[in-house]
Design a protein around this ligand. Sequence first.
Ligand SMILES: [Zn+2]
Ligand SMILES: [Zn+2]
Ligand SMILES: [Zn+2]
Ligand SMILES: [Zn+2]
Ligand SMILES: [Zn+2]
Ligand SMILES: [Zn+2]
Ligand SMILES: [Zn+2]
Ligand SMILES: [Zn+2]
Length: 392
Amino acid sequence: MALISERRVIGGNELIVQKTVGHKLAHERDQGAACLKCGPACEGLDLHFWRKICRNCNCKLEDHDLKNEEETHQNIVAVLLADRGISKLGKLEINVKHEDHLENHPLIKKNVQKNFIQVPKASASVLSKFLDAIPKDKAAHHGEVGEQYRSKQLANQLPAHDFDPSFCDNLTDAEKDKMKAFNEERNENATGQGEIKEKTPKVVTQWVCERCKLHLHAGEIAIFAERAGEDKCWHPKCFVCATCSEMLVDLIYFYKDNAIYCGRHHAELTRVRCAACDELIFTKEYTQAEDRNWHLKHFCCFSCDKELGGQKYVAREEKPYCMDCYDKLFAKVCAGCNKKIPADGKRISYKEAHWHASENCFKCITCSKSMLGEQFIYKDNKVFCSAQCIKK
Ligand SMILES: [Zn+2]
Ligand SMILES: [Zn+2]
Ligand SMILES: [Zn+2]
Ligand SMILES: [Zn+2]
Ligand SMILES: [Zn+2]
Ligand SMILES: [Zn+2]
Ligand SMILES: [Zn+2]
Ligand SMILES: [Zn+2]
């Protein structure tokens, strides 16, 4: 990995954005991280190179105990906020550095000071009230739980592959251009970071939370989003994505039609997302199957990654499988001949048992009479034609 510095001039101020070139390979991200859902059943994160899921447990990247998301997102967040004007860049530094008494705030651990970003600039007392106003398990950096929550939300709300083609599976130049244009357009028209304000007794205007519609009283903290309008505000815990209802990480929001969204769900208002790789689709052609959207190249067998375009496949739990893999993994065994029944083969199922729908398999176990289309008796996983045959 190499670090390059890019000079940008924003609002008459020069700022240097550092970018890494040649990211860590996507499948090396947090390799070995424990799965928070599966526990010891997952040997540790082994990222599928384009599916963004763990090859050991099939859970999402962000279901694992990520330690490097701050690093991964540093540039993404820096560019997002830099594009909103130099004044906002202060937010990229920890605002509590020189506030001694905040250092002792129970929700701020020492390592926060070193961390990349916390919340927008605000006075120490306002910041302190803000932290008190959000659920304890969601306060960034509040011990393990808060840290894990934050990493998960970073990865989920601002997916690196929505912003940076180097996290995507081999985009063409045309796709890269479209992705760039998409991000420029939304930085121009939708991106913002909430501002933390306190309703002091001097404030005479009414503050009403956009989400819960309750009035805010003097001494309370509210989040303002300039894209929504000067008079719109939210309780800190109500400043959530309209789609997923999660609190917005670092108060970074994307605004559209009177609502605020996280990056992921704002993008999905105008672009479709590939169900296999989780990337936004920037090609004209894509596959629609199983009520979901797929890159042409990613409509593949979930087990062996073979492309399924134009092929027979079977869907199971919303995932497509080629016929071979389906047979290998899930095929039912015929109670008549003990051989597997192919996924596209005709079969008869009764209670727990399955048979090839053939005279040779679905027959009376005693007299071998075919039971196809006949009334049969089922006993001890066996098929009989009559009470007499059961007795024999
Ligand atoms: Zn897992
Ligand atoms: Zn895993
Ligand atoms: Zn509210
Ligand atoms: Zn969301
Ligand atoms: Zn895809
Ligand atoms: Zn397969
Ligand atoms: Zn059979
Ligand atoms: Zn019989």
